[in-house]
Design a protein around this ligand. Sequence first.
Ligand code: PBE
Length: 266
Amino acid sequence: EESTNYGEELDYTITGIEPGAGIMSAAEEAVEAYELEDWDISASSSAAMTQALGTAYENEEPVIVTGWTPHWKFAAYDLKYLEDPEGIFGEAEDIHTFAREGLEEEKPEAYTVLENFHWTEEDMGEIMMAINEGQNEAEAAAEWVENNQDKVSEWTEGVSSVEDEEIELIFVAWDSEIASTNMIGKVLEDIGYDVTMTPTEAPYMFQAVATGEADAMVAAWLPLTHAHLLDDYEDDMVDLGVNLEGARTGLVVPEYMDIDSIEDLK
Ligand code: PBE
């Protein structure tokens, strides 16, 4: 079965996100592995990527983006992952929480909450959708916390409130991590912390936790997406385990495109 190649129509460009993202390295690897020498991955930002996707979708034009799940774009549009027979983008990923060395001793309440934190793609999706529909990030997170006290209370069970304590969470402004960081930030605020949430790029997020500049992050995609960063920093930080299972990355296109596999781009 023949499929359309789309190269000329797309000017041989795959719409990427921030240069430091793991999915950008994976996309570069895919270009090599599938011998797509004509193709380039354009670096931009997650916001620019979703903008380009939305505009193309409204006009029913072709577009190829570096995409991931959980993400609101799959609820907003009919999309599909291109098959990846070489497995360059890996299988299912888990999102892990990491803390700096010493956090357990110095801020045991926060450490316990972060260690207990575990939710689902559907949970995260509720906050992402609300933000995509225009709600302020902090408000969307606060509303989810308010409506999901059963889950939140499992993370905070037995944890006492604190006073005059600060905590700094570091993250990257990917839609998924905007949702998770704001949500857990609100939970920590509710037990008394003065919470700072600092956006940065992926390599600095790992570095900040490893050097102790930041206290924690809930945004490490493993085993594949952030493997290179884990290699550099894992000896200097504490893995608090998985906070979300079944994440995924790949090349994503609208359903209406006549293409099914990355191989078809050759
Ligand atoms: N992402 C979202 C990140 C991890 C979370 C897939 C854009 C990345 O590629 O590094």
